[in-house]
Design a protein around this ligand. Structure first.
Ligand code: KG4
Ligand code: ZN
Length: 337
């Protein structure tokens, strides 16, 4: 019998629902939240309220688009964490209620695990190219920067982690100083393509092993702009494309050089990237270049699966369903895992 998962993601500021059947995506809906734009970051209380307003219509639409009736759902998968507690509570409560009413299993999913498993989402009519194991994945999002080793879809080990800020935070915080709305990553990416990546040089950290650090770069970028603005108040406006290109180049270089090191240490050649920052065109280009040079089998996620989405929760839920890894109704969301 077909395994059909209804998946819910509500960890931050996107309310998303998806339907996954036997590993194939049938629908994936995302309702974003513009209410945060003018605040320069996500306001947790506003995010939680918007999730409450969006969750039922988004889940309803996901089922309609998939052409699936509620009776056909085998289990409900939801993001347990990490994320904003108030946001997670909305998705968790919805999933629990749905599973209880339908008397079907409930499956908790770790948001970071799910970002990595986007590489296993199948789509009808598309090439079925999925990573072989062991698989090495660079997870780069607004809250995390990790190098993860997977031995199968459900077993993973974190080989490297950021000791301070995440790569997405570096984009967002530096972008904020340049006047970009939140999140700044996509805007920086766009302008970077018109700038000179060698125009300015910013600090690259020296962190041992496979760990990352981005707080030094952020401080360096801030002080650099403060000093230049003293000389010329229009410095940012005049140099915005070069600033974006140079900042992006620095972040990409930090990320790729650690991944190259991880490959050298593990000997693994099945390599992927995931998370919001994996949409970055500079990072994607650098990965393609490196993969060609070092003969990696490279997996770049589709752009729609880079930022938060429920399809990734659905595919993770599907693999957990096959192993009967179900969750009790007394489960509570976790802001940190
Ligand atoms: O994975 P995600 O949607 O949410 C978290 O789980 O954090 O990632 C959001 C992050 C933000 O920091 C955003 O600026 C960044 O991903 N981002 C990008 C791009 N698109 C999204 N950063 C650089 N270039 C992009 N094209
Ligand atoms: Zn995420």
């Amino acid at each position: 019998m077909a395994v059909t998962i209804l998946a819910i993601e509500s960890s931050c500021d996107d309310t998303s629902a998806a339907v996954v059947r036997d590993g194939y995506i049938l629908s994936n809906l995302i309702a974003g939240q513009d209410v945060h734009r003018s605040y320069g970051g996500v306001v947790p209380e506003l995010a939680s309220r918007a999730h409450q307003a969006n969750i039922v219509p988004v889940a309803d639409q996901a089922l309609r688009r998939a052409g699936v009736r509620v009776e056909e759902i085998s289990a409900v998968a939801f993001t347990r964490g990490p994320g904003l507690l108030g946001s997670l509570l909305v998705g968790t409560s919805f999933a629990k209620g749905f599973a209880l009413a339908r008397e079907i299993p409930l499956i908790e999913v770790n948001h970071l695990h799910a970002h990595v498993l986007v590489h296993f989402i199948l789509q009808k009519g598309r090439e079925e190219r999925v990573p072989q194991f062991p698989f090495l994945c660079l997870l780069v999002s607004g809250g995390h920067t990790q190098i993860i080793l997977l031995t199968n879809q459900l077993e993973m080990k974190i080989l490297g982690n950021t000791i301070d800020d995440a790569a997405g935070e570096a984009f967002d915080k530096c972008g904020k100083v340049m006047g970009f709305p939140y999140p700044a990553g996509p805007g920086i990416d766009k302008l970077a393509s018109e700038g000179n990546k060698k125009a300015f040089t910013f600090a690259k950290p020296s962190v041992p092993g496979l760990d990352f650090s981005f707080s030094g770069l952020k401080t360096n970028f801030l002080y650099f702009l403060r000093d230049r603005l003293k000389e010329d108040p229009d410095f940012i406006v005049k140099n915005k494309t070069d600033l974006c290109a140079s900042l992006q180049h620095t972040i990409v270089t930090i990320l790729v050089s650690k991944l190259v090191r991880a490959v050298a240490e593990t000997g693994i050649r099945e390599i992927g990237i995931a998370g919001g920052v994996s949409a970055n065109s500079g990072l994607r280009e650098a990965m393609v270049v490196e993969a060609k040079k070092k003969q990696w089998n490279l997996y770049l996620p589709e752009l729609g699966y880079t930022t938060d989405n429920a399809a990734m929760i659905g595919i993770t839920g599907y693999y957990k369903y096959l192993r009967k890894e179900f969750t009790d109704q007394d489960v509570a969301p976790l802001a940190r895992i």
